[in-house]
Design a protein around this ligand. Structure first.
Ligand SMILES: Cc1ncc(COP(=O)(O)O)c(C=O)c1O
Ligand SMILES: Nc1c(O)cccc1C(=O)C[C@H](N)C(=O)O
Length: 411
């Protein structure tokens, strides 16, 4: 444990400290939930207002050409690609993570006919498992979703494997898979690998090309700060792009959308992953939000993320261990994403009481309180203060009140 003055000294020496002022952060709030919804980058409101008034208001339908609306999915894809080690032309910003997963899962199964198994793990985000279940039903069966414990994935890679479908960072515990190794082992079995990077993109450096990733998806509203419901992204390895047969074969992914042919012909390259009309205003918000990454060295980002997490773990364990909080995240930073979670009895009420004290994290059933550590706008003093406030919530049993026990619709 350290003193508050020591935490302040760490902030003063932080090479990323200048980035914080780029964000709108409400007063008296310590925001440790950027792994669920990133905060508003300050300049986005003006850019969005300008886009509404000028681009939509004045240019009307001409905006598709004059403001480059049609190209936004590719342009944003390339910007996101720089954060995840993807080459230009391999990432598309589009739709939601769940929808993009339908696209790549059906594409991958189409490339491995006769193979029966989609392998995933019980730490995956449930939407991904639901998508796989839905795809299997829509295909009329013949494929099985096999779910194993995260630590059993490697041993479960069999000769009948069609697709390994995993989320790199466990949304509850922050446990991180060894993506490169698992991809190589799945490919050695003749399978394809799909990675969900929702809790990776913008959280630490990702190297999709270096890991020879087949497919990846991820969202724009967490560490990329694109706003609620921001466009997601999808990655396809260059040599697979023209081999895949899109199942969501909408007109915007057609080779010639404005020829209005009656028959579908897929576009070349990543464009065939487009389906329908993109949400242009959301694309513009995400495009603008991505400016905060200009000049950011992702190795510095990771270094700060690890140090924030180590400090938070030591402060919370030191202050709250006596109240039964237990670390749910890996202690070894190399096996963690950019969040820290604790098992906590009455965790929902504890988190609500903490939020009432100005520290925003979230709760994930059955007993996890979860804290996102986002180095662009969170500092060492923030996590020190958050641990101290959590100690007060526990010591004074501030959580033990009826209003903190009533579950909201969205947690
Ligand atoms: C790992 C992961 N995958 C998928 C999703 C679902 O994304 P969406 O609701 O944007 O489709 C989320 C979060 O909601 C997530 O954390
Ligand atoms: N996508 C969300 C939403 O629409 C509402 C509330 C939360 C979310 C989330 O992103 C949850 C998130 N995927 C998680 O890691 O738990």
């Amino acid at each position: 444990m350290i003193t508050r003055a020591q935490a302040e000294a760490l902030d003063l020496a932080d090479p990323l400290k200048g980035k914080r002022q780029l964000f709108v952060l409400p007063e008296n709030t310590i925001y440790l939930d950027g792994n669920s919804l990133g905060p508003l980058p300050r300049h986005v409101a003006e850019r969005l207002a300008g886009a509404v008034a000028e681009e939509w208001g004045q240019s009307l339908i001409r905006g598709w050409n004059t403001h480059g609306w049609f190209d936004l999915p590719r342009v944003l894809g390339d910007r996101i690609g720089k954060l995840i080690g993807a080459k230009p032309g391999t990432v598309l910003a589009a739709d939601s993570t769940s929808i993009n997963l339908v696209k790549v899962l059906t594409a991958a199964l189409g490339l491995r006919p006769g193979r029966r198994v989609i392998l995933s793990d019980s730490g995956n985000f449930p939407s991904d498992l639901y998508v796989a279940q839905g795809v299997i039903k829509a295909l009329g069966g013949g494929v099985e979703l096999r779910i194993v414990a995260p630590e059993e994935v490697e041993a479960a890679l069999g000769d009948d494997l069609a697709v390994l479908m995993l989320t790199e960072v466990d949304y509850r515990t922050g446990r991180r898979h060894d993506m490169k190794t698992l991809i190589a082992k799945a490919q050695a079995k003749g399978a394809l690998a799909i990675w969900d990077l929702c809790h990776s993109a913008g959280a630490f450096p990702v190297d999709l090309s270096g890991a020879n990733t087949d497919f990846a998806v991820g969202c724009g509203y967490k560490y990329l700060n694109g706003g609620p419901g921001a466009p997601a992204f999808v990655y396809v390895r260059p040599d697979l792009q023209d081999k895949i047969v899109p199942s969501l074969s909408g007109w915007m992914g057609h080779a010639a959308p404005f020829a209005f042919d009656l028959d579908y012909r897929p576009a070349q390259g990543i464009d065939r992953l487009r389906a329908g009309t993109p949400g242009v205003l959301s694309m513009i918000a995400l495009d603008s939000a991505l400016d905060v990454w200009d000049g950011v060295d992702l190795t510095l980002l990771r270094d700060k993320s690890v140090r924030l997490a180590d400090l938070f773990i030591s402060e919370v364990e030191g202050r709250c261990g006596a109240y039964g909080l237990r670390l749910a995240s890996p202690r070894d930073a190399a096996q963690r994403g950019s969040q820290v979670s604790f098992h906590c009895d009455d965790g929902y009420a504890v988190m609500q009481a903490l939020i009432a004290q100005g520290v925003i994290g979230d709760f994930r059933a059955p007993d996890i309180i979860r804290f996102g550590l986002t180095p662009l706008y969170i500092g060492f003093t923030d996590v020190w203060d958050a641990a101290r406030i959590l100690e007060r919530v526990m010591a004074e049993r501030l959580w033990d009140q009826p209003q903190f026990k009533k579950r909201a619709a969205v947690t």
